[in-house]
Design a binder for this molecule. Structure first.
Ligand code: CUA
Length: 196
């Protein structure tokens, strides 16, 4: 018969049990991996915010989503692209199930462009791939994002926040054209590119 050691910690473990030293070593490895992942993510956040101007909105602006269509900045006649006196451009859009209004806007390349968005129903998302534009659109708030398009072309504008059964079909378009082309367009043409 085998004699058991008097110290219970020295007793052989039952089949399948893992010794404490192995558990501690494994835990330490996983903590180190987690810290490394967090560090990499923090570095990505800092670098993209400094290099690509990708950062959370710095303004908090509230609006009454029940009266959007009746008065104020987001009435229908005020939506779309507007040219400011300083030569910059402001684009006003409403996100709603399941569309952006207007569905397409024209903006000039190489000029400061400011997007102002709000929602009249649920939370939507607004993203322009390969730019710094990426924001949530929350009812009751105005989301503002500033950018400058380096090249002309069409940018698709998918809603990237699940907003209901038609979410996957919620797409719109930003058409970036040269300044000369933009200046030659009428106000109506700048919001009618969806039908061209
Ligand atoms: Cu709007 Cu998803």
């Amino acid at each position: 018969m085998v004699e058991l050691p008097s110290d219970p910690l020295q007793c052989p473990l039952p089949d399948g049990a893992v010794p404490e030293s192995v558990v501690v070593r494994t835990e330490e490895h996983w903590v180190a991996i987690m810290v490394m992942m967090l560090t990499v993510m923090m570095v990505i956040m800092v670098v993209t915010s400094l290099v690509g101007a990708l950062h959370p909105a710095s303004n908090v602006e509230v609006i009454d989503s029940r009266t959007l269509h009746l008065k104020g900045e987001f009435v229908e006649s005020n939506l779309g692209t507007a040219l400011e006196p300083d030569g910059s451009v402001t684009v006003r859009l409403i996100a709603q199930q399941y569309d952006f209004v207007p569905r397409c806007v024209v903006v000039p390349a190489d000029r400061p462009v400011k997007f102002r968005l709000t929602s009249d129903d649920v939370v939507h998302g607004f993203l322009l791939p390969e730019t710094n534009v990426n924001t949530m659109v929350v009812p009751g708030f105005v989301s503002e994002v500033r950018t400058r398009f380096a090249r002309t072309g069409d940018y698709l504008m998918p809603c990237h926040e699940y907003c209901g059964l038609g979410h996957q079909a919620m797409w719109a378009r930003v058409s970036v054209v040269s300044w000369d082309h933009f200046a030659g367009q009428s106000l109506l043409e700048r919001t009618r590119c969806a039908t061209q």
